[in-house]
Ligand binder design. Structure first.
Ligand SMILES: C[S@@+](CC[C@H](N)C(=O)[O-])C[C@H]1O[C@@H](n2cnc3c(N)ncnc32)[C@H](O)[C@@H]1O
Length: 293
């Protein structure tokens, strides 16, 4: 994390901040000034990447005060306490329910609801904690597919945290999964999440741009393909995804906005798939398509 320093002091009016901002400009990357609640004063905060010498700051503030016509204010200067945003994000993530799936962070100390399929997942460097409408839509769709049919092999393309592969493995003990992502960091996160959820023998996370990795690209290899990417990549991947899904197999697509459904659907219909269902959540659409048997 980059070191950050702050110079701060109080001002009697908003107008006096102008000259102060000017004199602090040589030191500060950002200067903010806001009214302090319940008083007539304004707080000026100047953020610097290096702490300037005390006497230079003192002189600048005294010059600024003279221009503004106010007494030179007392100031404090020092390092800004470092915030670990990843762990802050982790603390703010609370459990999520989507159908039978219950996704909870490792710091959760409550009770997992009886009968749920629980997934331990910390928010971090990869996408997919279940909060987002696209992930939630996919979780609900996975549940619907597995209620209807047996799935022996599945591919989670664009796995992020691995949440969808993990959910599929939990919901169907019969399924062997491959999880892939273009981002090696996401794949590393997926490997760790599979270990935490004790699924390392059933889910195999690998790095691949789309279906470029040869082992993913076997015709008819998967009973189920799940891809929560974006409308553009989904359309480009349509011929590849249609090829790797088995006859009679299913494809869950998400990451598209409601008004992008028509274009994405058209790309998959051209490959012989048909629409079986759709879920819309928070403006995002999740589609379930099937390949004719
Ligand atoms: C919206 S996130 C989905 C994460 C998770 N599957 C979920 O549903 O929450 C999309 C993921 O797709 C990955 N991705 C984007 N383009 C890709 C591509 N061409 N091939 C593989 N993965 C890709 C991104 O790195 C990201 O992790």
């Amino acid at each position: 994390m980059t070191d950050l320093y702050k110079i701060e002091f109080l001002l009697p009016s908003a107008e006096s901040s102008g000259p102060m901002e000017l004199v602090l400009e040589p030191f500060a990357a950002v200067v903010t000034c806001f009214e302090t609640p319940g008083s007539d004063t304004w707080r000026l905060e100047a953020y610097c990447t290096e702490l300037p010498p005390y006497d230079l700051v003192e002189k600048a503030i005294s010059d600024g005060a003279r221009i503004a016509g106010i007494p030179a204010p007392e100031f404090v200067a020092g390092p800004v306490p470092q915030i670990d945003w990843v762990s802050e994000n982790q603390k703010s993530f609370t459990p999520i329910r989507a159908g039978r799936f219950f996704v909870y962070p490792s710091h959760f100390d409550g009770k997992v609801p009886a009968g749920s399929l629980s997934i331990c997942m910390d928010a971090g460097m990869a996408f997919g904690t279940g909060e987002h409408g696209t992930t939630k839509g996919c979780l609900l769709m996975i549940e619907a597919v597995l209620k209807r049919r047996r799935v022996a092999t599945a591919l989670d393309l664009g796995c992020g945290t691995g949440i969808l592969a993990i959910a599929t493995a939990l919901a169907s003990k019969a399924t062997q999964l491959t999880a892939s992502d273009i981002d090696p960091d996401a794949v590393a996160v997926s490997i760790e999440n599979c270990r935490i959820n004790r699924l390392q023998t059933r889910v195999r996370p690998v790095v691949s741009d789309g279906l470029d990795r040869r082992e993913l690209n076997r015709p008819g290899a998967y009973d189920l393909v799940i891809a929560n990417i974006l409308a553009g990549p989904l359309q480009r991947l349509a011929p590849g995804i249609a090829r790797v899904v088995a006859p009679g197999g299913d494809v869950i697509l998400s990451g598209l906005l409601e008004d992008q459904e028509t274009a994405v659907l058209a790309a998959y219909r051209r490959q012989g798939l048909y629409l079986r269902g759709r879920k819309r959540l928070d403006g995002w659409s999740t589609l379930l398509l099937s390949r004719k048997a």
